[in-house]
Ligand binder design. Structure first.
Ligand code: BGC
Length: 726
């Protein structure tokens, strides 16, 4: 399409109030096609003749706006009439809200000075073949909308009692936006409605609604009220040890919903923001907070449109709940970009978190389009010298990279290729991968290792020295190990693409040699895990034995943080110690994956001990209850426990090698791939283990010691109880 529209804005700065832009027009002829193209500096909601245009919440989404600003195209034929009124409200959104770190970010400071700009173009083709176009220009008008305030972290204030007027002339801006691109990602949409599980009064005397599930989205309120009465809600994730409403972990994010009522029956849901919450506290309600009833509130979960592709199910209630929590963690943190958390004053596209979780993400949902868009933002934000920011979109621009965070530039494209087999996407991302690896060579203080710089280390590892967020694994060790891994991925990607990568092969050999010389011994669980998983140790058996010994020595539990955890169970089972991997997976005492579940978690916690055994919190300021990173363990359940792995990218050939476990008795994994459905189920029966396997493509099946090459089909096998196929 060709843009003829002009950017428009309010005629005077409306400060916190979101402007409402309006255009009225008449249609005299029969319409064949009508497409509305829109974008804004912020987030917008378009309404045509009183009906919302499209389902995209928080459009135009979050991208690296300076180089990539998406616009959307909506088919609006069904909304048109003879006399028409098109209205668009523009809020601050990610574009102009003060996102974390804005004080030091020139990028954000520039953005926040911008007005609530709108660009819209309606193209109509009539039945008789003639065409007309209606564009934002000086003929539009504006007024203050009912949205009196709206920011990503602080929430929204809406006044339904106002009579809206939008009759002031707009200002036309003299800008040529260079960055416009058509919608590339998935749309963010309302996905599920959740009714309150209960409403109750806390020991502190506050009225609280519990939705029974932590969600990302917002609450819809429905009530009958008098004009001018108010509803005010605060959002919370957990209750404190005394059973009181708790918001300290939201840090500076106010996360409030304020609503001023009109007369009569009404309902409202926020338009321009979102919250991460399980509980709401009713701070104000018509007639008093004790008048609030469960039927006044519905939680609406909002996330990127992603087709569910993977399911895990077993006979172990806590483990099933963990699987559910992992899925909810993904839903709650896939709101147009993969975020660390949805509630506090971050909600940023942390690269490290995304690379840790991407494999699991690709199993549970089809996230191909979602990640391709995000990786294009990553490439757009890659610094001149190849460094990759801590977050994407990189609103902090210019910070030097951290190992395992910047490595998302190599890991994410590779994992996406493994999951979907899209060679063209990999080809587009390949230059970024190479540039990333090259940049490490420029920043290190030791050739063929990555030493120096500032890193997040094994973030939140339990072996952290007191008072530190970083586990005890050596930072140079982690950085060098990831240098090796990313280089290896560049060689693999290059081979898949038919590119010349001998220089990277050579580089890898040098890194491997330097690494082995520099780090002959391993001091922590995560160091063992990385050396094993990245193929850097000379004696894997010995290293695995050392890791197992470290696990036993600390009381039979993991001590790994963000960096080591996703690979931990894999390296144990790779070396034949599937029993120990299951011990860790099934452990219920702190620290473990199931411990938060025993504490009532409905999503994945940022910390293994977000809530301690005595009910106290790990910390006030750094304690999210919806951080997906540790949910990466689902990948092991699909790949090793159920045994499904792609032998060729995109599951064009697969291997199914289940590892049954007595303590579980039963497990089923279902995976809908582009090739068809793969199913792997094992179950303990009186005769022994029974395996039901379905494959849509040629598969290698391994049951116990036996291996079979089979064509697409449905298969059943039996093996002795107790038999393990390590
Ligand atoms: C985020 C993380 C992120 C980390 C960087 C935190 O504040 O929530 O998930 O990866 O900072 O270490």
């Amino acid at each position: 399409m060709e843009w003829k529209a002009k950017w428009i804005r309010e005629s005077r700065d409306a400060a916190d109030v979101c402007p409402l832009y309006r255009k009225e027009f008449i249609i005299e002829k029969e319409v064949d096609q009508a497409t509305l193209y829109v974008t804004a500096w912020g987030v917008y909601e378009a309404v045509l003749n009183g009906r919302r245009v499209g389902e995209f919440v928080l459009a135009p989404g979050w991208t690296s706006y300076e180089t990539r600003l998406q616009y959307q195209a909506y088919d609006v034929k069904g909304l048109l009439a003879r006399e028409n009124k098109l209205e668009v409200t523009v809020g601050k959104g990610w574009y102009r809200s003060p996102m974390l770190g804005w004080e030091h970010s020139p990028v954000q400071q520039e953005r926040m000075k911008k007005p609530a700009g709108l660009l819209a173009q309606l193209e109509i083709i009539y039945r008789d073949g003639s065409e007309t176009m209606l564009v934002t220009d000086e003929n539009w008008t504006w007024g203050e909308s009912g949205v009196r305030f709206s920011e990503i972290y602080d929430g929204e204030t809406y006044d339904a009692s106002m009579t809206l007027r939008a009759d002031r002339p707009v200002r036309v801006l003299d800008v040529r936006e260079q960055a416009l691109i058509p919608q590339q990602g998935e749309e963010v949409r309302e996905q599920e409605k959740i009714r309150p599980a209960r409403i109750f009064t806390t020991p502190a005397g506050e009225r609280v609604v519990d939705f029974g599930q932590e969600v990302t989205g917002y609450v819809e309120i429905s009530l009958t009220a008098n004009r001018g009465e108010r509803v005010e809600l605060s959002h919370g994730e957990v209750m404190d040890s005394k059973g009181n409403f708790y918001t300290a972990n939201y840090r500076e994010a106010k996360a409030k919903l304020k609503y001023i009522c009109k007369e009569g029956r009404q309902s409202y849901k926020p338009k321009m923001t979102f919250f991460g919450f399980r509980y709401i506290r009713i701070d104000e309600f018509p007639g008093g907070t004790d008048q609030a009833r469960p039927e006044n509130f519905t939680a609406i979960a909002v996330h990127s449109q992603m087709r569910r592709t993977g399911y895990l199910r077993c006979a172990h209630p806590l483990l099933n709940r963990l699987f559910e929590n992992i899925v909810w963690g993904q839903k709650g943190n896939f709101v147009d970009v993969p975020t660390d958390c949805p509630q506090r004053n971050e909600r940023l596209g942390w690269t490290g978190d995304a690379q840790v979780f991407i494999r699991t993400a690709c199993l549970h949902f089809d996230v191909k389009k979602f990640f391709i868009k995000w990786l294009d933002d990553m490439a757009a934000d890659q610094q001149e010298d190849g460094q990759i920011g801590h977050i994407v979109p990189d609103i902090w621009k210019g910070k030097p990279s951290s190992a395992a965070w910047g490595d998302a530039a190599a890991i994410c494209p590779w994992e996406l290729y493994q999951a979907y087999g899209d060679l063209e996407a990999l080809r587009r991302q390949f230059p970024m991968m190479k540039k990333w690896v090259d940049s490490i060579g420029k920043h290190t203080t030791t050739p063929y290792l990555w030493t120096g710089g500032e890193h997040y280390g094994d973030w939140l590892g339990l072996d952290a020295p007191s008072g530190s967020y970083k586990g005890s694994s050596r930072e140079d060790f982690i950085a060098s190990a990831f240098y090796a891994y990313s280089t290896k991925l560049v060689t693999w990607a290059g081979e898949a693409l038919g590119e010349e990568v001998s220089a990277y092969r050579e580089l890898y050999r040098n890194i491997e040699k330097a690494f082995r010389n520099a780090y002959p011994e391993y001091r922590t669980q995560t160091e063992c895990v990385l050396a094993l998983y990245f193929g850097l140790c000379e004696d894997p058996k010995k290293t695995e034995a050392l890791l197992a010994e470290m696990i036993r020595a600390c009381g039979g539990h993991l001590e790994t943080g963000f960096v080591g955890t996703p690979y931990l169970l894999h390296v144990l089972s790779d070396q034949g110690d599937t029993k120990l991997a299951y011990d860790l997976l099934l452990r219920e005492e702190y620290p473990s994956w199931l411990y938060p579940v025993t504490k009532g978690a409905t999503t994945i916690w940022e910390h293994w001990d977000g809530i301690r055994q005595d009910g106290s919190f790990w910390s006030e300021d750094m304690n999210s209850f919806n951080h997906y990173a540790y949910g990466a363990v689902a990948d092991w359940v699909y790949r090793v426990a159920a045994g499904i792995t792609p032998l060729e990218p995109g599951y064009k050939r697969v291997r199914v090698a289940p590892h049954p476990e007595e303590r579980l008795g039963e497990l089923e994994a279902i995976l809908h791939t582009e090739e068809g459905t793969i199913r792997s189920r094992w179950q303990k029966t009186e005769e022994g283990w029974r395996y039901d396997i379905e494959t849509p493509v040629c598969a290698q099946i391994r049951i116990g010691e036996e291996e079979y090459e089979v064509p697409a089909g449905v298969y059943r096998y039996y093996s002795r109880l107790g038999g393990r196929n390590d």
